[in-house]
Design a protein around this ligand. Sequence first.
Ligand code: 5AD
Ligand code: SF4
Length: 470
Amino acid sequence: MMDKKVYIESYGCQMNVSDSEVVAGILAKQGYTPVDRPENADLVLLNTCSIRDKAEQTVLNRIDGLQHLKRKNRDLKLGVLGCMAERMREELLEKKQVVDLVVGPDAYRSLPGLLEEVGSGQKAVNVLLSREETYGELEPVRLGSNGITAFVTIMRGCDNMCAFCVVPFTRGRERSRDPRTIVEECRNLVEQGYREVTLLGQNVDSYRWNVDSRGDVKDPDQPVTDFADLLDQVARVSPLLRVRYSTSHPKDMTDKVLEVMARHPNICDYIHLPVQSGSSAVLERMNRGYTRAWYLDRIAAIRRILPQAAISTDIITGFCGETEEDHQQTLSLMEEVGYDMAYMFKYSERPKTLAARKYPDDVPDDVKGRRLQEVIDVQNKQSLARMQRYVGREQEVLIEGVSRRSAEHLFGRNSQNAAVIVPRTMPDGHDLRPGDLVRVTVSGATSGSLKAEPLAIVHRREPAPEPVGA
Ligand code: 5AD
Ligand code: SF4
């Protein structure tokens, strides 16, 4: 087989990063090796995001920016994968002459055939969505990996129909991956020296395997597995493997999941629980399936069962019909919860969604922007306050790599997912290295990271494995 080179660029969520690794796995069987510059590739793939208009504009500009490479290399092929492929197939093929290949999130197994078509000078497309595809048994090729932390997809699609969200249209119906393949993938990762997995799904709390859409058991010889069961199984793979997950949904998050987290010290004390708005009226229009009071009850459950846990969230400002009073309720909810971190966005109308069909996008852009800034200001204060609580305390940090700012410092995270910067050299003269689990004392905090002094290595990988992937 001829040795060919593929360059893959991922936009949007962690799921896309994980999907790109599945794609790299499929292409590896076709003789493709990953490269880290488009100039060196025979095939350039953009794995794209449709969540907000800005995300799409970024990729459309990137496509134009890659045009010159095709003039230099006549054989170079350019493909668009992921959510934009699904949502904008026609526009891409009609308006972007440079695009040879358009493949949606459920169609990656057909890549070998599609690449053959492309090789013979045609354009190739597959954007079929599936009710079954989980890429369950496929072996991903880790791209740009630090060799320590990895993403593992546990389910695909989303059945929630939040009014603002394009994901149900681009990623299709919800389906859960066979837990045996998930556990197997995590085992392999540990053997290769990995020390942390993040289990990914659009709504992990509705993970349910071995039941059909009517709720009937599929295979009577296999247990029905929910997310709490899966989390328990993955935590048992190895005490050395840290386990994280994303994303929870407030309407579905159970105490059973929190109790599994409390039982396993290697499941990290961190929960991402998107609230979107603090106003029950807005939540209703968003079709989120919970009220402010319900959400605060879930926060109370986390504080009760996992008192050490950090909580982060997603917030949208300026959703259809959002009044000043609604906005004030978002600010007051933020004060009440005290988030460790938040991703904050201006509402961006997405074609075909419930909101686009039903409600006018009636909050003026400058008002959306001002409200966003107020939300960001509250969060910055809270992030700093939450980070300062660690100062003077001992923490365990998994070292992931070298700090971006200084070669003399390493970078890692504590269980609560806070970034921690530690000096490379311990007081006894020994050097720390990526993969070490280190006990530290936190000496300083900003809203974005902690500074810490290393005390002792709790666990070290021996021998240090070579980082895998490109
Ligand atoms: N406009 C703005 N933000 C959005 N999100 C999802 N859809 C939109 C939209 N149309 C945000 C939500 C979600 C996160 C991944 O992106 O907060 O939780
Ligand atoms: Fe973007 Fe959502 Fe698609 Fe992820 S699932 S790539 S966030 S649109």
